[in-house]
Design a protein around this ligand. Structure first.
Ligand code: 6R9
Length: 649
């Protein structure tokens, strides 16, 4: 089957969808021709305390990068996600929680969520957290993670959620960078039956002398094993919550007041603190949620992303709750205790919209029919994919096996920096092609440029940029607007550069080809090669390191690290294990190199630049097409590396 084969919209979908093909075309046109009118109208998806005066005030001109939406408007995010639904559906389930162990589950209605978030807001206020203060959240996938985020938003505090898989050093770096005053964590997390020592990691992070801002640690009790307790600093969540009041008036904030900072990897240096503000972000999260998942009030929606990533922010918590939906939070992993766990959760909770990642789909596909054993999945209506390009084989399997060939798949391309979905099908409007993210969402103007910045027309492949602002766009990098301009607006004039490459076919559909910079995507997690290299060279025995990605059947990409040892050091099997463990400790398990290649020397140009293009080819086992190696300082080095090429076992 050709990869350009179009799947027609499955029967019954377009008739009942919020947007059909004709409406998409009309609305898209208005959204780009008259953004003020279009987004002015869409802004009404929220309740505003003071109405906005100026819808769009943005510029992508170098030296004047300005991204402001809904200026003059004031609102409260938590009130939009909770309080306003109390009038219409107080007893609807807001959060449905499924534990790692299937015997544990929990339901929180909007009324109950309101009470919890009010208590948590009062708890934070009692600890002297004020509007604009930063709170770090390092939590497992429990409702309290969402409650903590919403409580921050309710009092105008800024949260930074740190993925529970990050190491103490990575936690310390983030807390220091944004000067978080409070850390909210759990004693332990639980995944696939294994405890994750979150509180112990926080203890270790806070021992780091660079961390001076964190005054208190609030500990949610999940397993009952918090480790060492530091009186005066450590406080139990359940004790504070029990003594906090259930009444709380949401604090009005300006549309452009910060909502959260989320650290993400770039091609250079330390992780960047991507800053999102309140009004535009929530309008965008809510509208994209509503239209892209074709949300209907009776839906049960499940996004499998961890709350520590942008998908967890926009589509586990904020988008769905702003729309008054029921969102399922799953603590565990899709293939434990059986490969059919994901399908079982779908049946058990009658999930109608499922949003997951290609890496999970490929892992289940590898299990064959046992991934769906004993399940029906007939509650499903819409499927979604996010995090990395989905290969057509995985797409077809998802469509046929999980979705019983009757659910459209929305393959949503977007990024931490975009706040919400950017290029994606709409269920009732878009014919699908396996592996294509298809068309831009309302207000999104993609373009493909060649390396000289020339706009390419028609069917072509190039660097994916966006030529005008949209409400969900990140406003800056926390504390470093110059780096924001440099990273996203300097490669190509007057547009936002995504760092991705894409192809556009003759129908005008987009196919994302992956990162064109030094960012890896391992199981849907973004990792900078520079970050891993810097962790490697901080090991006392390592002189130099270069990290590249290689194709991997399940993870998408695997991490291949070339390592040069200091003179006199021997590459032993013990050191191999130790170095992998070192990176794990420095960053976290997701960054552990799959392969170490002990290299006597790295190929460099005469000016000393490491030739990554060549290293990528050698790692992938490509012996031909290495291109011009004559500029290398020592051409013989390539031959030697080729002989020692390592494979993943
Ligand atoms: C939402 C999220 C962003 C990078 C992005 C791209 C890749 C995400 C994709 C996709 C192809 C899709 N990516 N969705 N590539 N098709 N549907 O994942 O944010 O963690 O910041 O990663 O992920 O390479 O640039 P983030």
């Amino acid at each position: 089957m050709s990869h350009n084969y179009k799947h027609p919209i499955p029967p019954g979908i377009a008739e009942n969808a919020l947007i059909n093909a004709g409406q998409y075309t009309e609305m898209y046109q208005q959204s780009v021709e008259q953004p003020d009118i279009f987004w002015g109208q869409q802004g009404k998806i929220l309740d505003w305390i003071t109405p906005y005066q100026t819808v769009k005030n943005t510029s992508f001109v170098p030296g004047d990068i300005r991204i402001r939406w809904y200026e003059g408007g004031t609102l409260n995010l938590a009130a939009n996600c909770i309080d306003r639904h109390l009038a219409t559906h107080p007893d609807k389930i807001a959060i449905l929680w499924e534990g790692d162990d299937a015997s544990q589950s929990q339901q929180l209605t909007y009324r109950q969520l309101h009470e919890q978030v009010c208590r948590a807001a009062n708890m934070l206020t009692a600890l002297n957290v004020k509007k604009g203060d930063v709170v770090a959240i390092y939590m497992p996938m429990v409702p309290e993670a969402a409650i903590a985020m919403l409580a921050c938003a309710r009092i105008g505090a800024v949260h930074t959620v740190i993925f529970g898989g990050f190491s103490p050093d990575a936690v310390a770096g983030r807390i220091t960078d944004c000067a978080a005053k409070i850390v909210i964590t759990a004693d332990e997390g639980l995944r696939a039956g294994r405890p994750i020592p979150l509180k112990k990691n926080v203890d270790e992070a806070l021992k780091n002398p660079t961390v001076t801002s964190a005054e208190k640690v609030i500990v949610f009790r999940r397993t009952g094993t918090p480790g060492e307790w530091q009186d005066g600093r450590d406080l139990w969540w359940h004790e504070l919550m029990a003594s906090a009041g259930t009444e709380h008036t949401p604090v009005p904030v300006n549309a452009e007041d910060p909502l959260f900072i989320l650290y993400t990897s770039g091609s250079t240096g330390k992780p960047k603190g991507v800053l999102h503000t309140t009004g535009g972000y929530l309008v965008y999260a809510a509208t994209t949620f509503k239209y892209v998942f074709d949300y209907h009030p009776e839906d049960i929606y499940w996004c499998t992303a961890d709350v520590g990533w942008i998908t967890g922010h926009s589509y586990l918590v904020y988008g769905p709750l702003a729309c008054g939906a029921t969102t399922l939070i799953f603590e565990g992993v899709p293939n434990w205790p059986t490969p059919a766990r994901m399908a079982q959760v779908v049946d058990k909770h009658q999930v109608s919209i499922l949003y997951t990642a290609p890496t999970a789909i490929r892992a289940l596909m590898a299990e064959g029919d046992s991934a769906i054993a004993g399940t029906r999945r007939d509650s499903l209506r819409i499927l979604g994919s996010v995090g990395e390009p989905i290969n057509p084989e995985a797409w077809e399997w998802y469509y046929r096996t999980i979705g019983n060939s009757h659910c459209p798949i929305v393959d949503t391309w977007w990024q931490t920096e975009t706040g919400g979905l950017m290029i994606t099908p709409l269920p009732g409007a878009t014919e699908l092609k396996a592996g294509s993210a298809t068309r831009p969402f309302f207000g999104v103007q993609p373009a493909l440029l060649d390396n000289d910045g020339i706009t390419l027309e028609g069917a072509c492949e190039g660097n994916l940029v966006i030529t005008d602002s949209w409400p969900g766009q990140a406003r800056t990098l926390f504390g470093d607007h110059a780096r924001f301009e440099q990273t996203y607006f300097s490669a190509f004039r007057n547009c936002y550069f995504s760092g991705d490459g894409a192809r556009r076919d003759a129908d005008g559909d987009y196919w994302i080809t992956g990162r064109v910079d030094d960012v890896l995507n391992v199981s849907g997690h973004r990792l900078g090669t520079a970050e891993i290299e810097s962790a490697l060279v901080s090991h006392p025995k390592i002189a130099e390191a270069a990290v590249v990605g290689i194709p991997h059947a399940i993870k998408g990409q695997a991490i291949y690290a070339y390592v040069t040892l200091n003179a006199g050091e021997e590459p032993t099997p013990e050191l191999y294990t130790e170095v992998r463990h070192w990176v794990r400790k420095e960053i976290g398990p997701i960054a552990t190199p799959d392969v170490l290649h002990w290299a006597e020397m790295l190929p460099k140009t005469r000016s000393g630049k490491i030739m990554r293009r060549i290293l990528r080819k050698i790692a992938a086992g490509e012996t031909s097409g290495l291109g011009d190696t004559s500029t290398l300082a020592d051409p013989g080095v390539v031959e030697r590396l080729l002989e020692e090429q390592q494979t993943i076992n």
